[in-house]
Design a protein around this ligand. Structure first.
Ligand SMILES: Nc1ncnc2c1ncn2[C@@H]1O[C@H](COP(=O)(O)OP(=O)(O)OP(=O)(O)O)[C@@H](O)[C@H]1O
Ligand SMILES: [Mg+2]
Length: 364
């Protein structure tokens, strides 16, 4: 959500550093297991309120994994637990095989985190923001310049390296933060709503950049979003979260296929007979028919092209005029409605209709 709210955890991230403990040997699951992130029955309670409610999932190495859900679903809270920023109430999270509770320093060494709030220092230059992070993460001096050069090139900010961060647009600042989060070559990259508040062109630029980065580096990406198109286009698999619970998890095509009816026909008729709705139910592959008033019907079918042909033939036969007709594939919107019983966009309108609610009893 776009807000000036900056959580204590986001601020804390600027100071995210780990004590220089002797590196313990990586647990056996860290190498070659193919598991980047394991979340097992994780719960987060703030007082009596359960923000994350018994969530489990596994992210494979090299995946782009999306957490999709409306405002307040628990996406940021999940990320904060996985990245060691807030304590877990119960359950286990393992990052590259390291239990974040018992081996937080080792877990932190393998991750890069882009929190929801922008955290780059606006009074520093682009390059200074990068070098501070490189020093913080102990990137050897000899490698620092090369790493910064490569990353600024990757996010298309090379010619802005000397510019003060306050002069950058929102999209450019996001790109700087993405580059900064990669300066210590993490294996797993967490991004919390990296495109919220950006214009459509900047959003697409960030998507392309993330796909390039993932293809060029061996990286696992976990991204949160409430944009359906973003999740659909970017993610290998998507977990839908609602009220702190995981309600569905699969690839975008499999999620769409799990909704009865893979095409949606929207049609408006004139002078349709009384039994028209029953007739629509008989078209090929139809799983549901909704009458939306004024002769308009929304028909879900597993075979859009045959059902459309049937429909036109039936209309000609019955002397019914088809005023409008459109056929679309099932979208992630239909998936969200199917699993939660409501529209994600309605939820967002509700949330954006208010100013950011204060969060009573704010606690770590
Ligand atoms: N520190 C805190 N203290 C108390 N309640 C909190 C705290 N952090 C989050 N919450 C509550 O937990 C729930 C989940 O919040 P969270 O920020 O994880 O949602 P989100 O899915 O990231 O939403 P958004 O899309 O708005 O960023 C919300 O009801 C929120 O008010
Ligand atoms: Mg959030």
């Amino acid at each position: 959500m776009v807000s000036n709210f900056e959580s204590p955890s986001d601020r804390g991230l600027q100071n995210l550093h780990f004590s220089k403990v002797a590196r313990s040997g990586a647990p056996s699951s860290a190498n070659g297991s193919g598991k980047a992130i394991e979340v097992d029955h994780i719960v987060k309670k703030f007082g009596e309120f359960t923000a994350v409610d018994d969530v489990s999932f596994l992210v494979k190495e090299g995946e782009i994994f999306g957490l999709l859900g409306p405002n307040g679903a628990g996406k940021s809270t999940l990320i904060r637990m996985m990245t060691t920023l807030i304590p877990i109430t119960s359950g286990v999270a393992r990052i590259s095989g390291y239990d974040v509770r018992t081996d937080p320093d080792d877990a932190r060494r393998t991750i890069g985190v882009i929190p929801q709030a922008l955290t780059s220092d606006i009074d520093l230059t682009v390059e200074e923001n990068m070098s501070i992070y490189a020093k913080l993460y102990d990137v050897p001096t000899a490698k620092r310049k090369k790493a910064i050069d490569e990353l600024l090139e990757l996010v298309d900010l090379t010619k802005w390296r000397g510019a003060q961060t306050k002069t950058l647009s929102g999209g450019m600042r996001r790109r700087l933060e993405i580059a900064r989060g990669l300066v210590h070559s993490p294996k797993i990259f967490f991004l919390d709503e990296p495109t919220t508040g950006l214009d459509p062109v900047s959003r697409v630029a960030v998507w392309e950049m993330l796909t390039n980065i993932k293809n060029q580096r061996q990286l696992t990406i976990l991204i949160t979003t409430h944009y359906m198109d973003e999740a659909d286009r970017l993610c290998d698999r998507i977990a839908i979260v609602d009220h702190g619970k995981l309600v569905a998890l699969d690839t975008p095509p499999a999620l769409k296929a799990s909704v009865p009816g893979s095409n949606v026909i929207e049609a408006q008729f004139e002078s349709a007979p009384a039994d028209w709705e029953q007739m629509l139910h008989k078209l090929t592959g139809v799983t549901s028919v909704q009458h939306e008033g004024a002769g308009m019907y929304r028909i879900l079918t597993s075979d859009g092209s045959r059902a459309t042909t049937d429909l036109v033939e039936a209309a000609v036969h019955a002397g019914v005029r088809v005023k409008s007709l459109s056929v679309q594939n099932t979208t992630l919107d239909d998936v969200f409605v199917h699993y939660t019983g409501r529209q994600l966009r309605d939820e967002l309108v509700k949330a954006y209709g208010f100013t950011m609610p204060s969060r009573p009893g704010m606690q770590p």
